[in-house]
Structures are given as C-alpha cells and as structure tokens.
Ligand binder design. Structure first.
Ligand SMILES: Nc1nc2c(ncn2[C@@H]2O[C@H](COP(=O)(O)OP(=O)(O)O)[C@@H](O)[C@H]2O)c(=O)[nH]1
Ligand SMILES: [Mg+2]
Length: 222
C-alpha cells in the first residue's frame, strides 16, 4: 500500500480508538456516580501490570457471599461488593495495571481511567513480591500515584505471590507460609500484608487490615 493510504488507515484507526475511549469514559463516569450514591467505602486495587490485581479481586469475591449480589456485579464488571470481618461492606474496584514507560498518546486514555482513583477511600497497592524487579515496579507505581496526586490516600501494600518464594515440594499451608515470612523477612512492616491470591492465602488478614484502616480514617475525619 502507498504511504498516503497507510496514513489514512492509521488516522481512521486513531479516530475510532478516540471514540472508544470517549464511550468508555462516559460509561465509567456513570459507574462512578452510582458507586458514590451507594455510600459504601471504595477500595481500589492499584499496581504494576501482572502483579495479580484481578486474581486478588476474584479470590476475595469468590470467598465472599456479599459479592454474589447481582445488583452490584451488573453495576460495574470491575467492581465487587465485599463483606469485611466486621460485617460492613466495601466496593472493591479493579484498575488497569501501571507500566514504566507509557507512550504519550496512551497516557491521556490511561489517565481517564485512573481518575476514578480520586474517589477511592483506600488504595491497595498490589505488588508481585516474587518478581526480580519488584523494587523498580513499586517505584513506577509510586511515581504514577504521585503524578496523579494520590500520595496522601490511605494505602495498604499487598505483597502477593508469596507461594512462588517458598521451597518447592513442601506442602505449605497458608498459616505456615505467613508465619515463615513474618519471622524471616524483617523488612516486612505492619503496613504490609502478605498474600497469595492464587492459593487464597492471607485473605482474611487483608480484609481485617482494610477494616482497621477504614475505621481509623473515619475516626479521624469525625
Ligand atoms: N503463583 C501465583 N501466581 C499468581 C498469583 N496472583 C496472580 N498470579 C498470576 O499472575 C498473572 C497475572 O495476574 P493478574 O491477576 O492478571 O494480574 P493483573 O495484571 O495485576 O490484574 C496470572 O497468570 C495469575 O494467575 C499468586 O498469588 N501466585
Ligand atoms: Mg488485571
């Protein structure tokens, strides 16, 4: 194909993508309104792409009766209503994964979806703890959160995929695995929660932490 024809094709493709982004933005803004109206605290999953955000969302909602509530699942496919151990509810919302270098053309579309994070009451920063690049990935996530003006949001660091860091061949239970890390990895502080979304380890601890953090926030705002 001659260059000009190619260019036209690309332009049309860009226009089409632009229209798609507008449509998605409108849809998201509708979801956002409905979520706000519900008055339920919003917890948003953030993190590097592939960290396990969607797996965690599914693991938490599978183990949770509240998430079967059809009204909420049809409200927004990326948001689930979850019951905390104190029997209160939160809306848990998935987001697109962050990556280090975004092409400028993608940034604006990406930002539009991330604007939703502004309304979140709490961020769960999901990290692939088994990744050899965990530190760089976390820096990239922190930088994007700073760019979005979200450094002041309450945040829990979720260290995911701990199952991949264990000796293979041994049959670990979730409790044994958590105990092992807490006694062998002094860098893990009390604002971090260890989980394996794949094995469903540490989920109750995470829900308790969410509950505590939200209670603390409400207490200080009152
Ligand atoms: N071994 C293991 N794999 C996991 C865990 N959590 C997620 N994964 C895998 O990591 C990959 C990325 O997960 P996904 O949830 O799509 O990541 P997202 O991009 O953050 O939404 C998938 O292949 C998951 O099955 C975990 O706790 N352990
Ligand atoms: Mg995902």
């Amino acid at each position: 194909m001659e260059p000009s024809g190619n260019r036209r094709l690309i332009q049309r493709r860009i226009q089409h993508l632009g229209a798609e982004v507008d449509k998605v933005s409108r849809q998201r803004s509708l979801y956002r309104q409905r979520r706000r109206k519900s008055g339920i605290p919003i917890v948003a999953l953030v993190g590097y792409t592939n960290a396990g955000k969607s797996t965690l969302l599914n693991a938490l909602s599978q183990a949770n009766v509240a998430s079967e509530d059809k009204v909420f699942t049809t409200l927004d496919p990326t948001t689930r209503r979850i019951m905390l151990p104190d029997k209160s509810f939160v809306l848990l919302s998935d987001t697109v994964g962050f990556i280090r270098k975004l092409p400028p053309a993608i940034v604006s579309a990406f930002r539009a979806t991330l604007e939703e994070l502004e309304e979140a009451d709490l961020l769960l920063n999901v990290t692939d703890f088994a990744s050899p690049h965990a530190a760089e990935e976390n820096d990239a996530v922190e930088k994007i959160l700073a760019d979005l003006g979200l450094t002041e949001k309450p945040k829990i660091t979720v260290l995911n995929k701990i199952d991949l860091l264990l000796e293979k061949g041994e049959n670990w239970t979730g409790e044994e695995a958590l105990e092992y890390f807490l006694s062998n990895r002094p860098e893990i502080d009390k604002n971090m929660v260890l989980v394996s979304s794949a094995k469903k380890w540490g989920l109750t601890g995470l829900l308790q932490k969410i509950s505590q953090t939200l209670a603390y926030k409400i207490w200080f705002q009152a």
